[in-house]
Design a protein around this ligand. Structure first.
Ligand code: SF4
Length: 387
């Protein structure tokens, strides 16, 4: 299969707000359960070990009209909770047996409460994550959160899950993370070989498919892209995207940035696939291994507590340097408190290093791309002319 066919399949998955692939997975065997989760990160290994399908819910995208969802939230918040409620009310998630709402922000916290009221038959869990990075404090706390989650899932399935089951799941997800890292590295090395649109769609497919199938898809794409004719190189400038870790931008926005003359060489889209930056140990206590990975090797976003001011922006600066980026584009969802509160601090950090940067906001259903194309195009030109 060539890269075109693989990306076509990813596009179909991306556009399908009825989650047909997950419905089919569930229908293929009696007793299967699907557990939805919201961005940014949940320990998918625990869900997988329980024999269930983790299904990433990233709102309704730009194709779905939100009618009921607006009644549940005030107008001055981001769109993802409203479109997620819309998915629920319209029956698009009626096959989902449980929902996990990780601790990202107040909006997601409130959404978990709403889900409990609105869908009382669905298992709902608000998953707290550590805000203390000591193994014997935050680590212990997070281990107990994961054990509670597992207990809930065992209750749902009626089956006990062993530590070996979790270690096996860690192995499969380690492969997935490694493949995603390879793809990101390839895009950074040769951005013309892996356009961000394709990388993004491949990553989004991971929210919908069983991890084994996603691993195969990533391997197939890497193999196919190595065999295909080299794509044309452009004289684009290299940029890092920051702030898009939760509500996802419409595809048109990503395409517009690339068409405006920018090669995206790193980003924080679909964080869950790269949240843990190194392989999780496959031996020993699996809860301790997952907790330690969260504490010591997870990605930085505004949705994760930063222990000291020095840590804010550290990974962004490292990314700029490692990926030889010439600028940073801060692109955050409108009304996203975490991303927009961090943005001035991050802008200061990159400003201190004389790294050019611009900022704009979007919604998952933003339609007008001309202003973004013009802004990104001017940014790219200014870097080429004056940096
Ligand atoms: S987009 Fe921002 S404010 Fe909205 S749910 Fe996500 S993190 Fe919270």
């Amino acid at each position: 299969m060539g890269t075109k066919e693989i990306i076509k399949r990813c596009e179909q998955l991306h556009e399908d707000t009825h989650f047909t692939a997950a419905r089919e997975w569930k229908a293929a065997q009696d007793g299967r359960k699907v557990i939805g989760y919201l961005p940014v990160y949940v320990p998918e290994e625990i869900i997988h070990a329980a024999g269930m399908l983790p299904l990433g819910i990233s709102g309704g995208g730009d194709q779905m009209e939100v009618i009921h969802g607006d009644a549940y939230y005030q107008s001055y918040i981001c769109r993802i909770p409203r479109s997620t409620i819309e998915l629920g009310i319209t029956g698009r998630l009626d096959f989902v047996d449980g929902m996990i709402f990780p601790s990202i922000c107040d909006v997601i916290r409130n959404l978990s409460g709403m889900w409990k009221l609105q869908f009382p038959d669905v298992y709902v869990r608000y998953l707290d994550v550590p805000q203390n990075y000591k193994d014997d404090v935050g680590g212990e706390f997070y281990q107990s959160e994961m054990r509670e989650l597992l207990k809930g899932l065992e209750g749902l399935s009626g089956h006990k899950v062993s530590d070996d089951d979790i270690r096996n799941s860690i192995k499969v997800y380690n492969i997935n993370r490694e493949l995603m890292r390879k793809l990101y590295q390839l895009r950074s090395d040769e951005p013309w070989t892996v356009p961000t649109m394709e990388l993004y769609l491949l990553s989004r497919a991971g929210l919908m498919l069983p991890v084994e199938e996603h691993n195969q898809m990533l391997e197939d794409y890497l193999a196919a892209s190595a065999e295909e004719e080299e794509r044309p190189r452009r004289d684009n400038c290299r940029v890092v995207i920051n702030g898009s870790f939760c509500e996802q931008p419409p595809l048109g926005l990503i395409k517009s940035i690339e068409l405006a003359g920018c090669y995206i060489v790193d980003d924080d889209y679909v964080q869950i696939n790269r949240w843990l930056k190194e392989a999780v140990p496959e031996e020993g206590d699996p809860f301790a291994a997952l907790a330690s990975a969260f504490l010591h090797q997870s990605a930085d976003t505004a949705a994760k507590y930063a222990e000291t001011e020095e840590l804010v922006g550290k990974q962004l600066l490292e990314s700029v340097s490692e990926n030889r980026a010439e600028g940073v584009i801060f692109a955050a969802p409108s009304f996203c408190d975490p991303a927009l509160l961090w943005r001035p601090m991050l802008a200061d950090k990159v400003g201190e290093k004389n790294i050019p940067h611009i900022s704009f906001k979007y919604a998952e259903n933003s339609g007008q791309m001309a202003p973004i194309r013009e802004q990104a195009g001017t940014f790219a030109d200014s870097i080429k002319l004056w940096s």
